[in-house]
Design a protein. Structure first.
Length: 86
């Protein structure tokens, strides 16, 4: 079996790396381990082995569009038919 290297880092594009760094550091218990002087790239890592989290400023960042559900899903049919009997 061929070995694959472990995941080293997860990168997230965002408009404000500082805001996300604070959020993810608190959420994951990570610490800042690297940042560019202009704070356009910030890297967080935990004390346990695992992937780092790299937040990168993208000036033209547009948040992904998530379609919202406007109506309730149709009810699933009940076992045994569940329909009306004539």
């Amino acid at each position: 079996m061929t070995r694959v290297a472990p995941l080293a880092s997860i990168s997230i594009d965002c408009p404000d790396p500082d805001a996300l760094a604070t959020f993810y550091a608190q959420l994951l218990g990570y610490q800042e381990v690297f940042a560019l002087p202009d704070r356009s790239v910030i890297c967080l890592a935990g004390s346990e082995p695992g992937p780092a989290l790299t937040l990168m400023r993208v000036e033209s960042y547009a948040a992904p569009h998530v379609a919202s559900r406007t109506s309730a899903p149709a009810a699933a049919p009940r076992p045994g038919g569940g329909g009306s009997r004539s």
